[in-house]
Design a protein around this ligand. Structure first.
Ligand code: AMP
Length: 118
């Protein structure tokens, strides 16, 4: 019930900045890509290592993704997280949902660390 309200108020859409990155309409500093997921450096990093991992499908937030993404999409997303975090021995993994925390309404996970080990 609560999630339906969130989707109505803040729908993901094809015009948000991450949708444009997926389509290649604006540049991104990509670090990993597979069939269903993409990882790139945050434009305004809040840590020395700050990477965003996103599904290529239009999901608005974590709950939308876990409830509605297919098994291959979910598997590909966690593969991307695993690949990106594989170079880090200590990191934070964060996903914002809803204003004022969420700025871009396309599901994404922030991976933040003080340093890269490799
Ligand atoms: P959130 O507040 O969780 O929605 O975080 C959105 C994040 O996207 C912020 O950390 C922004 O710095 C980042 N961001 C916005 N536009 C871009 C972009 N074009 N390329 C990379 N990161 C971006």
């Amino acid at each position: 019930m609560g999630s339906a309200f969130t989707f109505f108020k803040f729908p993901s859409n094809s015009q948000n900045v991450f949708a444009k990155i997926i389509r290649g309409e604006i540049p991104a500093d990509k670090v990993y890509e597979n069939e269903h997921a993409l990882a790139f450096r945050d434009l305004h990093p809040k840590a020395p290592v700050h990477i965003l991992v996103i599904p290529k499908g239009e999901y608005v937030n974590l709950l939308d993704f876990t409830e509605n993404a297919s098994a291959p999409e979910q598997s590909a997303f966690w593969d991307a997280i695993k690949s990106v975090s594989g170079d880090l021995s200590a990191y934070r993994c964060l996903s914002n949902t809803g204003a004022p925390y969420q700025e871009v309404f396309h599901f994404h996970m922030h991976i933040m660390a003080d340093k890269c080990n490799k």
